[in-house]
Design a protein around this ligand. Structure first.
Ligand code: TRP
Length: 451
């Protein structure tokens, strides 16, 4: 591309970034990590993390991208030189791993969409909802829908026809908000709503203090995943941004919208789970599916709602999958000089293969997701914070001020926030995340391997 394009409008940039951020991270991953983290305790740590770490961290990626107008590898090479460009390879691995299981989970949404069309969601009790999820999530069906979803992603990236999908997302994201708000209103009328809100919203600080060593890395992983941070994607988006944009304002809007979306999903899922007499901690990766099939089979017009919901999420996931594959394909083209179609096929094919074990046993979901979230994304975010805070702070502050004006003490505060607290918190989260992951490898996973 000779002349670098810039976003035509401000909303163009914000919508693209929100489109990347809103996806399975908000709808599928958020409710089950809240469940694993004990509800309100996790939510509290998570929200704190988003505000104190997520906002400075998104600005870190924005300034690098807009200053260099380059992809992550080129940007880090230009600003930092030498070894920094290898961080770009970490980003590449991250996108590769995330997409491998993202596609499997997205396939489940496609499958639920089709179930609604052919059979409806007539589950009489929680056991039936779990049994249905079992057949969808593990086995040949899961493999088939993973293949289908990956094939669609590869096809779109190979042909370079993402515009149409982006257009669809602009309609779908607002539609999803309407659907979720209606579902949250319905959920509020359920008998378990009161108990669910208490569980979700009133944190017990004793519990937080006791469990911070798991809450912090989990919150960090979820925050980076849901905001598409820690892998240079926001560097790419901001590289198309004009100098007149106020990065701080745009960052705050993007982070707030993504967070509001996730929190809203909690208002749907938990009242349904509590009303069904289930325990959110036991629901794990099926939480969104169990709760919604129960809800959809309980209300009139539920099937139509369900078809709309699962279909919309599938499209939102498709747009995220496209940008993840684009990211990987760009590396294949740059590094190996492959043609776009070949690159899409080779990259997409390998990613598909990496995801195949996930379709056969959910332990592989923990294996890949744990590695990507708790380790790779946090590592990427940490290195970028070190980069901006310690290697290129003056350039970063200057870049942030463009489109805002004189930053005064805010600029200094931001750099110092990135330099010490953000770096320290991320380093601690990373160490704890590695410890947790090693525990998983030597515990559950070793047990699984041993039969
Ligand atoms: N944020 C996306 C979600 O919540 C997932 C994601 C992470 C992503 N990194 C990305 C999407 C990069 C697109 C590009 O579902």
């Amino acid at each position: 591309m000779a002349q670098r394009e810039t976003w035509a409008t401000r909303t163009g940039f914000i919508l693209a970034a929100v489109g990347s951020a809103v996806g399975l991270g908000n709808i599928w991953r958020f409710p089950f990590v809240v469940g694993e983290g004990g509800g309100s305790a996790f939510l509290f740590v998570y929200l704190l993390f988003i505000v104190l770490i997520g906002v400075p961290a998104i600005l870190v990626e924005f300034v690098i991208g807009r200053r260099t107008k380059l992809n992550p590898v080129g940007a880090l090479r230009e600003l930092g030189g030498g070894l920094w460009k290898y961080l770009g390879y970490v980003f590449f691995v991250t996108a590769f791993v995330i997409l491998s299981y993202y596609s499997v989970v997205a396939g489940w949404f496609v499958r639920y969409f089709l179930i609604g069309i052919t059979d409806g969601y007539g589950v009489e009790d929680p056991e039936a909802a779990q049994a249905l999820f079992g057949t969808v999530s593990v086995g040949l069906d899961s493999l088939a829908f993973h293949a289908l979803f990956m094939a669609a992603t590869i096809g779109i990236v190979a042909l370079g026809i993402r515009r149409g999908i982006e257009l669809a997302v602009k309609v779908m994201v607002p539609a999803l908000v309407v659907l979720l708000v209606s579902l949250a209103v319905y959920a509020a009328t359920l008998p378990g709503a009161g108990e669910a809100y208490a569980y979700y919203l009133s944190p017990d600080f004793g519990v937080i203090a006791e469990n911070w060593q798991t809450l912090l890395p989990d919150a960090a992983g979820q925050a980076f995943f849901t905001l598409s941070l820690g892998m240079g994607v926001m560097i790419v988006y901001a590289s198309y941004l004009g100098e007149d944009r106020n990065l701080a304002e745009d960052g705050a809007i993007i982070v707030s919208l993504d967070t509001a979306f996730a929190v809203l999903v909690g208002f749907v899922v938990f009242p349904i789970i509590f009303s069904a007499g289930a325990d959110p901690e036991q629901e794990t990766v099926g939480a969104i599916f169990f709760s919604l099939t129960e809800a959809f089979s309980g209300v009139t017009g539920g099937t139509v709602l369900g078809v709309l919901f699962f279909g919309t999420v599938a499209i939102a996931a498709l747009s995220s999958a496209i940008s993840l594959l684009e990211f990987v394909v760009a590396y294949f083209i740059d590094e190996f000089g492959l043609e776009r179609r070949t690159a899409a096929l080779v990259a997409g094919g390998s990613i598909f293969l990496l995801g195949v074990p996930v379709t056969q046993d959910l332990i592989f979901l923990d294996l890949l997701d744990g590695f990507a979230d708790a380790i790779l994304l946090v590592l990427g975010g940490l290195m970028l914070a070190v980069f901006v805070g310690w290697v290129a702070p003056d350039v970063a502050r200057d870049e942030l001020s463009r489109g805002i004006g004189e930053l005064g003490s805010w600029g200094v505060a931001w750099i110092w926030a990135v330099r010490i607290p953000v770096v320290v918190v991320l380093a601690v989260a990373l160490v704890l995340g590695v410890i947790g992951y090693v525990e998983f490898l030597t515990g559950d996973f070793a047990g699984w391997l041993g039969g």
